[in-house]
Write a protein that binds this ligand. Structure first.
Ligand code: S3P
Length: 441
């Protein structure tokens, strides 16, 4: 367990940075590449732990993956083209996205595959994936089907399903879409709006996937057993990682930041919508399309006068990974902010809604919360001048990074544990802080 000590605020800065490649797109490019026919080429793949778990897992399933001059090459054997021994064990580490999406690809697996994960992933709900995958015809042979470890054995006789995804979970939606790739006939997914990377990825490969967009739901039709070819893909920067540096800039005094080449897919920019409503004035410039996804450079300046928000629930799914940092911004805003219907937040790498209340109270913010909502009494003069210890927060990478941003902007004498946790999603986090000018003790 490694800790970091922060006793000084960050000095004013004016910089241009790049953040690591997007986690959701990286995992999808590897998993979809494993089903393509031929060698795919993936640029800007981050070396984060979740991505390494994905690479190691796919290698165990017989996919040849190698790197040349920082570019990832992946040799897909086509649909259901995994080639592996009986009774293999795949360790998904901390990655819910990898574990849940991979299970979708294993619905036709001829042998049992056991999926395990770290302590945090082993606590998370897998029933949400088991239920639809069983309907396709896959079988799960484990004591509990709710949590990892899970053993899956596929079926040769899969049938397409009609699936209603009501939580706004892109992992559930994507797992079913990937299962449908290996299933004959038409699978229909009616899904509450959530990040749509899997759909855009397959469409960009000319895969026959149809999306009918309604106000709150998308109807997605997938005709299975359609082989697609290998591809070249460039991973853009991660909006969820950018969020920490956007918040750092907003909360610092006379500072300015440009973050280059970030994925600005509307299903990921709930964070920007929310903070702009709070008075942030974040801008996207140089907007373009790369491999079917919108990409832009993000410009942000310090903002002394953030105001509170009554957060519209339509943004919840599109900002789901950014709420800890949004709550921090609300703590420094003028007025009382309200966030509702956030029960999914307690089902992440840690129970984030519960932990947010604990963390904010610790730094002197008044908070009222229950199991799905939080009210934050913002204080623009919030200024910490005591010792703050952050430990026992489930080694959640986003708790660690949010705490560092709080320490660098609010003052106080902080000791933050579980520094290694940021490696799961954003390995360059601390080196970018150094580039911006912070000198760690
Ligand atoms: C993800 C979906 C979200 C998000 C996670 C990545 C994805 O999870 O929290 O970090 O890549 O599909 P849910 O689908 O559980 O909401």
């Amino acid at each position: 367990m490694v800790k970091i000590v922060i006793q000084k605020r960050i000095k004013d800065f004016n910089k241009v940075i790049n953040v690591d490649g997007d986690k959701s797109l990286s995992i999808r490019s590897l998993l979809i590449g494993s089903q393509a026919y031929g060698i795919s080429k993936i640029k800007n793949l981050p070396k984060s732990e979740d991505i390494l778990s994905t690479i190691n897992g796919l290698r165990k399933l017989g996919i040849n993956i190698f790197f040349k001059k920082k570019i990832c090459y992946l040799n897909g054997n086509g649909l259901n083209g995994f080639n592996y021994k009986k009774n293999i064990v795949i360790d998904a580490g901390n990655s819910g996205t990898f574990a849940r999406l991979l299970l979708g690809l294993l619905v036709k697996s001829p042998y049992t595959v056991k999926i395990i994960g770290d302590k945090s992933l082993s606590r998370r709900d897998f029933q949400r994936i088991v239920d639809p995958l069983e309907k396709f015809g896959a079988k799960f042979v484990s004591k509990s089907k709710k949590n990892l470890p899970l053993k899956i054995i596929g079926s040769e006789y899969l049938s397409p399903i009609n699936y209603f995804e009501k939580k706004g979970s892109a992992q559930c939606k994507s797992s079913v879409i990937l299962a449908a790739l290996n299933t004959p006939g038409k699978t229909i997914v009616t899904a509450k709006k959530s990040r749509n990377h899997t759909e855009l990825f397959l469409k960009n490969l000319n895969f026959p996937l149809k999306v009918i967009s309604k106000k709150k739901y998308d109807k997605i039709e997938v005709v299975g057993e359609n082989q697609f070819k290998s591809f070249d893909y460039t991973i853009p920067g991660d909006m969820s990682s950018s969020a920490f540096f956007i918040a750092l800039t907003l909360l610092s005094k006379n500072s300015k930041l440009k973050i280059k080449n970030v994925n600005v897919n509307a299903s990921r920019t709930g964070f920007i919508n929310i903070i702009n409503k709070m008075g942030a004035k974040v801008k996207f410039i140089n907007k373009r399309n790369i491999c079917g996804e919108p990409v832009a450079d993000i410009c942000v300046k310090s903002q002394k006068n953030l105001k509170s928000i009554n957060c519209p629930i339509k943004y919840n799914s599109n900002a789901i990974d950014e709420f800890l940092i949004i709550f921090l911004l609300a703590s420094k805003a003028y007025g009382v902010s309200n966030f509702k219907k956030l029960e999914e937040l307690n089902k992440k790498e840690s129970p984030r809604l519960k932990l947010a209340s604990l963390m904010l109270r610790k730094i002197g913010v008044t908070v009222k919360s229950n199991e799905d909502s939080i009210k934050i009494y913002g204080n623009p003069r919030l200024n910490i001048n005591k010792k703050i210890l952050i430990n026992r927060y489930y080694k959640d990478h986003r708790v660690f990074m949010t705490s560092v941003i709080a320490a660098l902007t609010l003052g106080g004498n902080w000791t933050i544990h579980d520094m290694e946790s940021h490696m799961s999603s954003f390995p360059s986090f601390l080196s970018i802080l150094r580039k911006i000018g912070y000198r760690f003790i």
